[in-house]
Design a protein around this ligand. Structure first.
Ligand SMILES: Nc1ncnc2c1ncn2[C@@H]1O[C@H](COP(=O)(O)OP(=O)(O)OP(=O)(O)O)[C@@H](O)[C@H]1O
Ligand SMILES: [Mg+2]
Length: 581
């Protein structure tokens, strides 16, 4: 874990080293102050020696100023080191997530990833600050103060040793117990964030179903669970301060009692007793800091583990050595393909798929909900890797391609596609960052969304709000199609991407495809027969298998499922869902 995280200190390493050195210097300087105080009392005040008072007073002032300056500087470098580390970590996490395959992403909830990028990373920033400052300052302070106590009075130092042993035990108990609880706290944080995220994203659905009370209730439960866990953890950590105070007052009492007797017997001077009392405070404050740091580090350790989980995740889809960078044509082949989302469980969502599609063909795919239509096409641009068998594009196994080249040439409009904040042009240029305005306009026309954009006051510079909420469902779908077209793909896959588009417009889009991109293989998943009827061939999916593959006429003659879909939709029952309707 430390090895993984330390890579992200990067260019801020020097600030860390400087902080440690400055903090050590600050501690050493601080340690001399009580000695000077003892000298002022013993050599100056007790003997009425004014020059000695001035001499040690000046030394004290110089040391104080130096300690102050080193303190300020180490605070600044610590801040640079810790914020820099957090910035690197955040960027590293984000980059790692960008390289995740769909399968990697399936291992985490969105909220879990957001918490890692925000709360967990902030905890790491705090931990870094503590490690470079407090974790250097407190132990050094403790050791030096103890050494000084032993020099002044070895007998009385045993009081501190006993106090330290007592506090050490308390700390051990707190860290061990709190650690377990904090590990659960972060899991609960993910649940809370998931609830909030899901609610805010679907707030319109919540309102239309009048589910506000249910949602409030659900969130309240997550809040209550977090409250209980925090209470439990904090009540363990809260034992720390009373124990610390008990030790401090115990030490002061013991040192005053034994010290006074030693001063009376002449074994100790008044100055030495005063410095001993100062060192008690030093030691106890260091212990207090150390215990607080330990509790904080306990929390951060839970965050560190969660962050490392993401950083150590091996991206599931990688380029092979010497990848192919050119997709020759849009032909597609499936050779005995089986696919499972959970490898090793034997739960296949695609079974024994054999398929051969010629370049430039228009293929319709139809089938009931959950029949694995999306799963089938996801394998073509290698969004997931096949479990068995092989998928070929342009005659070459998709695993042989450079992933970027493959996905540029196999353009996919996902079922749950989204637009990003920015202008319409910005969104279209996701397809091709170098596309000219004319090319963008042509793509929008092909997708039958050109007139809609042109009618907007700002035209192609209209701002798309987050999630594209200022466009209708059908307009969003067509913008996504235009964006995919700009890639000038060899294969274009539309996964239920015209479901919100009326049949007339859909027919126009398909006509435009046939005219302007005749050589591109077009795969159209749809629920409506009218969307696929004119395709060169149609695949009928049923329960993860290909039930039929042929033209509309062929399927009408040979395929029962297809016939029943046509019959159901002809009766005016609307879109096809289950074949048994
Ligand atoms: N990311 C995933 N992890 C695990 N299982 C999944 C995942 N995505 C889909 N599935 C499962 O795979 C099966 C096929 O899903 P798929 O999305 O391919 O169906 P579909 O035919 O596209 O359905 P729809 O018409 O509703 O879009 C379903 O049983 C679904 O629960
Ligand atoms: Mg689907």
């Amino acid at each position: 874990m430390i090895k993984t995280l330390s890579k992200y200190i990067g260019q801020y390493k020097k600030y860390m080293v400087i902080t440690v050195l400055l903090t050590a210097a600050e501690v050493i300087l601080d340690i001399f102050l009580p000695i000077c105080m003892a000298k002022i009392i013993d050599k100056g005040i007790n003997s009425g020696d004014m020059p000695a008072i001035i001499k040690y007073g000046i030394i004290m002032a110089v040391i104080s100023v130096l300690a102050f300056l080193t303190g300020v500087c180490s605070g600044r470098t610590a801040a640079r080191a810790s914020t820099g580390f957090a910035a690197n970590l955040r960027a590293g996490l984000f980059t790692k997530i960008q390289h995740f395959s769909f399968k990697n992403i399936d291992n985490y909830s969105t909220a879990g990833l957001v918490t890692r990028l925000t709360t967990d990373t902030s905890n790491m920033q705090m931990a870094c600050q503590m490690l470079t400052r407090m974790c250097v300052r407190s132990p050094l302070n403790l050791i030096f103060a103890l050494i000084m106590c032993f020099i002044i009075s070895p007998d009385m130092s045993l009081i501190f040793v006993a106090a330290i042993a007592f506090l050490g035990l308390v700390l051990f108990f707190i860290v061990r117990t709190a650690m377990k609880i904090f590990n659960n706290v972060f899991g609960e944080y993910d649940n809370l964030n998931s609830s909030i995220q899901e609610n805010i994203r679907g707030i319109r659905v919540v309102k239309s179903f009048v589910r506000e009370d249910h949602e409030i209730d659900k969130l309240q439960k997550a809040i209550d669970r977090l409250y209980k866990l925090f209470c439990k953890a904090e009540s363990v950590a809260a034992v720390n301060v009373p124990c610390m105070m008990l030790a401090i007052y115990g030490c002061i009492l013991a040192v005053s009692w034994f010290g006074a007797r030693n001063v009376v017997s002449g074994a100790l001077t008044t100055g030495e007793l005063t410095s001993l009392l100062s060192y008690i405070m030093n030691i106890m404050m260091s212990l207090m800091m150390l215990s607080l740091v330990m509790v904080m580090l306990t929390i951060s350790a839970a965050s560190a583990r969660r962050i490392c989980q993401v950083l150590d995740e091996v991206p599931d889809i990688k380029d092979c050595e010497a990848p192919v960078r050119e997709v020759r044509d849009g032909s597609i082949e499936f050779d005995n393909v089986s696919f499972s989302y959970k490898e090793g469980t034997g739960e296949y969502v695609l079974k024994d798929i054999n398929l051969s599609i010629r370049s430039g063909e228009t293929i319709g795919i139809i089938g009931s909900t959950g029949s694995s239509k999306s799963s089938l096409v996801n394998l073509i641009p290698r969004l997931y890797d096949v479990t068995h068998g092989c998928v070929k594009v342009g005659g070459i196994d998709v695993k042989q391609y450079d992933v970027k080249c493959l996905r540029d040439k196999v353009s996919m409009v996902l079922q749950n596609n989204v637009l990003f904040s920015g202008t319409v042009l910005d969104n279209l240029r996701w397809g091709d960052s170098d596309a000219t305005e004319e090319e963008c306009i042509l793509a929008a026309r092909l997708a039958c969304v050109g007139d809609t954009i042109a009618a907007k006051p700002d035209g192609y510079n209209t701002v798309v709000e987050r999630g594209g909420t200022n466009f209708s469902g059908g307009q969003r779908q067509r913008l996504c199609i235009a964006r995919a077209l700009l890639k000038k793909p060899r294969v274009l896959i539309l996964d239920d991407s015209t479901s919100a588009v009326d049949t007339v417009t859909e027919a126009r889009i398909q006509k435009a495809f046939a005219e302007f991109i005749p050589d591109t293989t077009k795969i159209i998943i749809a629920q409506r027969i009218s969307s696929v009827k004119n395709a060169d061939r149609i695949i009928v999916m049923e329960d993860g298998r290909i039930n039929g593959f042929g033209t509309h006429e062929e399927l009408m003659n040979t395929n029962d499922i297809y016939k029943s879909i046509v019959a159901v939709q002809k009766e005016g029952n609307g879109d096809f869902d289950r074949t048994e309707v």
